[in-house]
Design a protein around this ligand. Structure first.
Ligand code: BGC
Length: 873
């Protein structure tokens, strides 16, 4: 019998508030292979449609009205006439409706200091409900220049962190919608001090500098978007008698700089003085409130739109696995997991005015103290001043990347510490496990690398003074992220900014949103291989996973402009085949970034002509595929032809024409092998054997940088050398994935040699700007290999309507399990080996077909259901 497993609006099962005039609806059915769907009816308010796909049907009915809840019903009828239904709802936001409120600030606050963040600013408004009326519906809409949090009668409104989120503020700013109906009682039911029988309530917003005003990027620039914080909010109250009232931010609001938060900075941490806490109505703590001023921030975002991303929230919590008090009184806690987030302090019997400091770090020095060298300028310190008695505190306007903390100012017996992981709200869609515990730890490290860096935007790292949207990192990691999580909303949001930041000539900045570090967008034509490639590779990865071609439509023009810019740079000053070799470091290349076989930054960058040329082949080929999906056949032919010419040039210029590189290094073989650039099977085989020999000479250790690492195992395994791929994957000698695991890593490191065999960091200032992060997801891109080759799960058609399961046996593994929650339901592959017998169980979701290929080469066509198959190895 058919059932409906999932019904979503804009990727959300519930709670969607949207300004998209055409929100997208998706559903997942469950049923047996012989179940037949006779009819699907989707009803949204007054509009009804019979969708021909379960993925992302856009609303196409009468124009949606703002501030309205729309019921959504899905009815599915089978061949016997049995109908099942599922319901959800969504709410429209402002849909362009002008704000009643206006931007407000503290007009007296002149913030001119450099390289730091402004003092947090607080705003207050007392709201008195109409006498004798009952609130039917109340919504608070809010956004800020800075990051803000609202409290209503002393209680935090909503559960997200860092609202309104990080976007390219010139173009895009999100606002949040909070349902405050239940808090706005008119009968004294909320017995807070300030909520009396007359229905008086107090709204207090605190706005810290965040990305828009605070110090950000490694140069610590500040005031990029606005000179000081500003707030824009509106409270809309509908009463049960049909009347309404709207209260917007204006000069009637109060403002103060005297709140309990005395410092908040994304890198440096937070300082909170509980003796200055406001209390529910803002009258405790001694703050001097005065009237707010109307503000005109120096940046006016083109679009202020209801949240469309994946907001940061609290997730896992960690109790410490050890606590050591040092002779100097500092207490060192180890949470056993590196992660991004904050620490919660539960404090007993404090004295008023007692001050506690908490420093954070990823690793310890040999003497057991925190090693904070690699945080560079980030102070990563929380400082809390207590009131008398018991209390709790956790920072709200900063976050850190850490495993260890060092606490001063309190006795261990008075303190309970809890690590709180913060990251974007993402539905987990996949997992992988196998008989080798080390690979399971690797999978966990990959997932934690992702959780720590999918932080409203895709960041490079969560600890040092960067945490920026480096395009190259997500360009290579996106396919793995899309196995582990439903990345739909997260990537949609970030890609809007990629589009916004692109220059008309096609160049893309290295970090998106730009926010203080614009290179190379400051030089308009610039295109940088592999980093800029994100504009092509990220939408493609998302499309493969979720099957929603609208992301390709939205990004098609930006993709084309970018690939055209790359073609221009490659062709500059070149003749003949050299027109397709990105031969000069023009305009600039990161090359084989972080390749461990050449330790110097200049050596990584010097490989730019190989990596750049292969990038042009890859983006042109991918763009041709995109063009074909969208029906742009002429473009498809044009970019395929470009990709062919680039491949031919690569092979002609860089190899002897017989599968050997003139200058050999791993990435230079990996890319043409993985991207199919060699002209025939014979040359390919020679090339893979040359790569294998190179890897063997390197004791099966990694020699690839960012562009090669994601693909090296595929390049080997898919071209006949899975033996070498598995030896490399299971190698424990540095540099290798399992060396990190052997050394106790709980996340993916930026540098393979981050710790030596004694567990100490061997790298000082070696000319790489102290770039030693222990939480960088890029080389975790190997995760795709675990899913696609070892478990063997891979879409044939985007979104998995048709997919393959083709397990790759090797590495001494005796079993492996992988699953992926696709738009059609769960795909599973679980295999085991007993003697020379291979057994596999495959889960095929309703509405899909699976091509199963066994290790002996036999194939099976599978339809919905759970299937087992056996062969002899
Ligand atoms: C970041 C990298 C990034 C790189 C670009 C680094 O500082 O942490 O991950 O892609 O710069 O070169």
């Amino acid at each position: 019998m058919l059932t409906i497993d999932r019904l979503t609006v804009e990727h959300l099962g519930h709670g969607c508030v949207t300004d998209n005039p055409n929100p997208r609806f998706s559903y997942t059915l469950n049923g047996a292979a012989d179940d037949v769907v006779r009819d699907v009816t989707l009803t949204v308010g007054e509009w009804t449609v019979h969708p021909d796909t379960s993925i992302a049907t856009p609303y196409d009915g009468p124009a949606l009205t703002p501030f309205t809840t729309y019921p959504v019903t899905l009815a599915v009828t089978d061949a016997q006439g049995v109908t099942v239904t599922a319901t959800t709802s969504f709410e429209t936001g402002r849909l362009g409706e002008p704000w009643v409120g206006t931007w407000i600030t503290d007009g007296d606050y002149q913030f001119t200091e450099k390289k730091v963040s402004p003092k947090p600013m607080s705003f207050r408004r007392t709201v008195t409900l109409a006498a004798g009326k009952t609130v039917a519906r109340a919504r608070l809409f809010a956004t800020a220049m800075g990051v803000y949090e609202f409290a209503l009668d002393g209680r935090k409104v909503g559960d997200r962190y860092f609202a309104p989120g990080f976007t390219s503020y010139k173009t895009n700013l999100q606002y949040q919608t909070y349902d405050v109906t239940d808090q706005l009682t008119n009968d004294g039911a909320n017995s807070d001090a300030n909520d009396d029988a007359t229905g008086t309530h107090t709204l207090i917003a605190t706005v810290a500098g965040g990305w828009a005003v605070g110090s950000f990027v490694f140069t610590r620039v500040n005031r990029v978007t606005a000179d000081r914080q500003a707030l824009l909010a509106e409270l809309r109250i509908d009463y049960t008698d049909g009347t309404s009232e709207t209260i917007g931010t204006d000069a009637d609001w109060d403002v103060t700089m005297d709140g309990p938060f005395t410092m908040a900075d994304l890198y440096d941490g937070e300082t909170y003085d509980a003796t200055r806490a406001f209390g529910p109505d803002g009258n405790a703590g001694g703050a001097h409130w005065r009237k707010a001023s109307i503000e005109r921030p120096k940046t006016t975002p083109k679009h202020i739109e209801a949240d469309y991303g994946a907001p940061v929230r609290e997730h896992e919590t960690f109790a410490p696995i050890s606590c050591k008090r040092r002779a100097d009184g500092e207490i060192i806690y180890d949470f056993g997991q590196n992660f991004a987030g904050v620490v919660r302090l539960d404090i007993a019997n404090a004295a008023a005015g007692q001050t506690i400091t908490v420093r954070h770090a990823e690793i310890l020095n040999p003497d057991g103290t925190l090693n904070t060298t690699f945080l560079r300028t980030a102070k990563a310190t929380a400082t809390y001043t207590c009131v008398a008695g018991n209390q709790s505190y956790a920072p709200r306007f900063t976050y850190m990347g850490f495993r260890y903390i060092a606490v001063r100012g309190i006795e261990p017996k008075q303190l309970t510490v809890t690590g709180v992981a913060l990251y974007s709200e993402l539905t987990r869609t996949g997992d992988f496990a196998c008989s080798d515990e080390r690979l399971n730890q690797l999978q966990s490290n990959i997932v934690w690398g992702a959780k720590s860096n999918l932080f409203d935007i895709p960041t490079d790292c969560p600890q040092r003074d960067e945490r920026m949207g480096w395009t190259g990192d997500i360009a290579v990691f996106a396919p793995t992220a899309c196995y582990d999580f439903d990345m739909g909303r997260f990537l949609d949001k970030w890609l809007r900014d990629v589009k916004a930041e692109q220059l008309p000539t096609g160049g893309l900045p290295n970090t998106v949103p730009v926010q203080g570090y614009g290179f190379p967008a400051t030089m308009p034509e610039m295109a940088i291989a592999w980093w800029g490639d994100a504009v092509v590779l990220v939408p493609w990865a998302e499309y493969q996973a979720r099957g929603d071609a609208s992301v390709l439509e939205r990004m098609y023009e930006p993709m084309k402009r970018y690939v055209n810019a790359c073609r221009f740079w490659a062709g500059l000053f070149g003749f003949g085949k050299h027109r397709y070799i990105w031969w000069m470091p023009t305009p600039f290349q990161f090359g084989d970034w972080i390749a461990p076989d050449v330790p110097k930054m200049q050596q990584w960058q010097a490989r730019g002509k190989w990596t750049g040329t292969a990038s042009l082949n890859n983006t042109a080929r991918t763009l041709a595929r995109v063009a074909r999906v969208l029906g742009h056949d002429d473009d498809a032919r044009e970019y395929d032809a470009l990709a062919d010419r680039v491949a031919d040039a690569y092979v002609s210029v860089f190899t002897d024409g017989d599968g050997r590189l003139n200058d050999e290094f791993q990435t230079a073989y990996v890319l043409p092998l993985h991207l199919g650039m060699f002209p025939d099977a014979a040359t390919r085989t020679k090339a893979v054997n040359n790569l294998a020999a190179l890897v063997e000479r390197n004791d099966y250790r990694i020699g690839t940088g960012f562009p090669g690492t994601p693909y090296i195992l595929f390049a080997l395994a898919d071209n006949g050398r899975p033996d070498v791929a598995f030896r490399m994957l299971t190698n424990e000698r540095c540099p290798s994935w399992l060396y990190e695991v052997k050394m106790g890593a709980t996340t993916i490191w930026e540098r393979w040699d981050g710790l030596d065999e004694h567990g100490e960091c061997p790298i000082g200032d070696d000319g790489t700007d102290l770039m030693i992060s222990y939480n960088h997801y890029a080389s975790g891109a190997v995760g795709a290999f675990l899913y696609q080759r070892i478990a063997g799960i891979e879409p044939i058609e985007a979104g998995y309507r048709r997919f393959r399961v083709r397990p790759l046996v090797g590495g001494g593994l005796t079993w492996a399990n992988g699953h992926v929650d696709t738009p059609y339901g769960r795909v599973g592959s679980a295999w085991s080996i007993t003697g020379d017998r291979f057994d596999v169980t495959v889960d095929v979701p309703f509405g899909t077909t699976c091509a199963l290929t066994m290790p002996d080469g036999t194939t099976h066509e599978l339809t919905a259901g759970t299937h087992t198959a056996t062969c002899t190895l």
